[in-house]
Design a protein around this ligand. Structure first.
Ligand SMILES: Nc1ncnc2c1ncn2[C@@H]1O[C@H](COP(=O)(O)OP(=O)(O)OP(=O)(O)O)[C@@H](O)[C@H]1O
Ligand SMILES: [Mg+2]
Length: 315
């Protein structure tokens, strides 16, 4: 039996099925990444795992405890870092962490040292006396993490822990996730930011419309897509939706998108020539400044499996 077993989980909001027959397992000691676009059902699934939400069908078992029946046993081993920052804004950083850790039963010297350690861990030792409302967005994110982990949970569930933070905070958060894992915690987390999931996660579940599209290691997921490659074309000039539409209709083109003066065109591996693509760009007065080929990434895999683009960071 794996550490986390989710079998045919279904969760509805009224008539709307947010999580649809979802099955996956997480091994003890793993960093497990959940990847999916807005509305895919990531938070809903994590809320079920963290006992915050009930569910309609399926079985959920964590560390041998079955939900919803053994909710309290699951709560005891769990730390949650929610997507919506949940802090008491009038309290200081230290007071916030102290409050959360004491809810999990820590007290006295053990509480104090756990709070100190959690604050230092997320790089907020010097801000301990600052009120949450006076902190920057990135600092609040890090404090949100400290509140979820101070009590030393063996399973940590993090929902978009790096949304809206700068590169430095992101690095800090990524480093802390790794350290928590090295110290023995099992980690389940979600992110929109593909490179982050690719870098951190031992295994990844791709979900879309509440359903599992694929699950496995990065290598296993990439092996789903063997029929295409991506052309990266640096262009000078303005592309628009009409251009993307035209390119998408060319034979052998599976998908096209444009961002930051770079055009990405997914094409069949069997495509005999890229002349029609370049020709289309030239007809529109776009100068081709560079051209490179890329093997499939998780982004292409995601697109191939779901037909949707993952929302990019900042989008
Ligand atoms: N309380 C609710 N009542 C009704 N519908 C809801 C509720 N919470 C979520 N949903 C819907 O369920 C679907 C899944 O939402 P969920 O928040 O789980 O997605 P997500 O993958 O976490 O998305 P995001 O990347 O935006 O955080 C969405 O269509 C959402 O609108
Ligand atoms: Mg979410």
């Amino acid at each position: 039996m794996d550490y986390v077993n989710v079998n045919r989980l279904t969760k509805k909001y009224g008539d709307f099925t947010a999580v649809d027959n979802l099955s996956f397992t997480v091994k003890k000691g793993e960093i497990f990444g959940f990847l999916g676009p807005n509305g895919a059902g990531k938070t809903t699934t994590l809320n079920v795992l963290s006992t915050l939400s009930d569910f309609d069908r399926g079985e959920v078992e964590i560390a041998g405890f079955s939900l919803p029946k053994q909710e309290f046993s699951v709560k005891r081993i769990l730390g949650l870092v929610p997507q919506e920052i949940a802090l008491y804004t009038d309290l200081t950083a230290r007071e916030n962490v102290t409050l959360f850790a004491s809810l999990y039963g820590l007290s006295g010297a053990a509480l104090k040292s756990a709070v100190d350690e959690a604050l230092a861990f997320v790089g907020l030792a010097d801000e301990a006396k600052k009120r949450a409302k006076k902190m920057s967005g990135g600092q609040q994110r890090r404090l949100n993490i400290a509140c979820g982990i101070a009590h030393g949970p063996e399973l940590i569930i993090m929902d978009e822990p790096t949304v809206g933070v700068d590169a430095r905070s992101r690095d800090l958060i990524m480093g802390s996730i790794r350290t928590l894992n090295e110290r023995g915690a099992t980690i389940i987390y979600t992110s929109h930011y593909m490179p982050e999931v690719q870098e951190l996660a031992d295994r990844i579940a791709i979900i879309d419309h509440g359903r599992l599209a694929a699950i496995g290691t990065e290598e296993e997921l990439l092996s789903h897509v063997t029929d295409r490659k991506t052309l990266r074309v640096g262009v000078d000039g303005k592309g628009d939706a009409a251009l993307i539409e035209t390119l998408s209709r060319l034979p052998g083109v599976k998908h096209a998108s444009l961002a930051d003066a770079e055009l990405r065109v997914d094409v069949d591996l069997t495509l005999p020539s890229i002349s029609p693509i370049i020709g289309t760009l030239m007809e529109r007065g776009l100068a081709v400044k560079s051209l490179a080929e890329e093997a499939p990434t998780l982004e292409t895999t995601f697109l191939a499996l779901t037909g949707n683009e993952l929302t990019k960071e900042g989008a």
